[in-house]
Design a protein around this ligand. Structure first.
Ligand code: AHM
Ligand code: MG
Length: 280
């Protein structure tokens, strides 16, 4: 695991350099979700692949930017799913973006997750790594330094509602509005890494990405985005559900499957459960 941790740190430093210096442009390719890939997406994907190719404990990788999983080392035991540059379309407006990693043992699948990590590229570069506990690191003078352990409170006051409102179900809109009516403040950048990072570091709140008319199973991908953050929130004393049950109990059929998702502190997740339970 130490080798994987080091490879992620090296990747993050190289990705930060790529974000800082490269022109942003679209490639001629689409990813598995049908989105045209930015050249930067492809470059970040290659950086991570290169770094993991040096780590013999990594058996297989799966990337949001690759259609299929890819074998690295037959003798390895870890299966790593990653989103190399989540929210990459925010780079050209200079908002924060991130890389997300789910580390699974034996095979991909929520039940096999043993660690998760993300890196936020903002005014500072920070890394959050969760195994038994959730730890925050800051990139300083070329190295990641431990800052503190992260724990969520029972309740927060931030509300980050994802998806197009026009396509929300009426009960979902009522749920989101009920938090605003209670004094919650809107915090939504359109990048799940900085949005979920903010809720974690400010102690609590709710991030939601519901099923919508156009995307009934939500937008965010289980292996690369949903499970890693679900794991991190749970290890931080928070919760992560799909409206009814725990995200970390969901199966997946395909590496690019998506899920409806809610991440937050206990108080907000209880409210979501109450509202969604009434929907049958
Ligand atoms: P991406 O992986 O193509 O970058 O998309 C994922 C991003 C998340 O970071 C964010 O939470 C979500 O898309 C925002 O979607 P929306 O604009 O529909 O709310
Ligand atoms: Mg993504």
């Amino acid at each position: 695991m130490r080798d994987i941790f080091n490879a992620i740190q090296k990747s993050a430093i190289r990705i930060k350099e790529a974000i800082d210096v490269k022109d942003i442009g679209y490639s001629q390719q689409e990813n598995s979700s049908g989105e045209t890939q930015l050249q930067l997406d492809i470059q970040c994907d290659m950086i991570i692949e290169e770094e993991f190719s040096n780590v013999t404990s990594v058996h297989t990788i799966a990337s949001e930017e690759k259609e299929h999983a890819q074998l690295m080392h037959n003798e390895g035991k870890y299966f790593i799913a990653y989103d190399p540059l989540d929210g990459s379309s925010l780079v050209d407006v200079n908002l924060s973006v991130g890389s997300i990693f789910g580390i699974y043992e034996g095979d991909f699948g929520s039940q096999n997750m043993v660690a998760a990590c993300y890196v936020v590229y903002g005014p500072r570069v920070e890394m959050v790594f969760a195994e038994n506990k959730t730890k925050l690191y800051l990139l300083q003078a070329g190295a990641f330094e431990f800052v503190k352990e992260i724990r969520l409170k029972e309740k927060g006051n931030l509300n980050a509602p994802g998806g197009t409102q026009q396509h929300w179900a009426p009960y979902h809109k009522e749920l989101v509005d009920s938090f605003f009516a209670e004094g919650y403040r809107l915090r939504y950048s359109g990048g799940m890494v900085p949005d979920l990072h903010q809720i974690l570091l400010k102690g609590g709140g709710l991030f939601s990405y519901p099923g919508t008319l156009d995307k009934p199973n939500g937008k965010l991908r289980k292996l690369f985005e949903v499970f890693p953050f679900a794991f991190i929130y749970e290890k931080s004393g928070g919760r992560a559900i799909d409206g009814k049950g725990d995200l970390m109990k969901l199966p997946h059929a395909n590496i690019h499957d998506t899920a409806i998702c809610f991440f937050g502190s206990n108080y907000e997740i209880e409210r979501v459960k109450e509202v969604y339970a009434q929907q049958g």
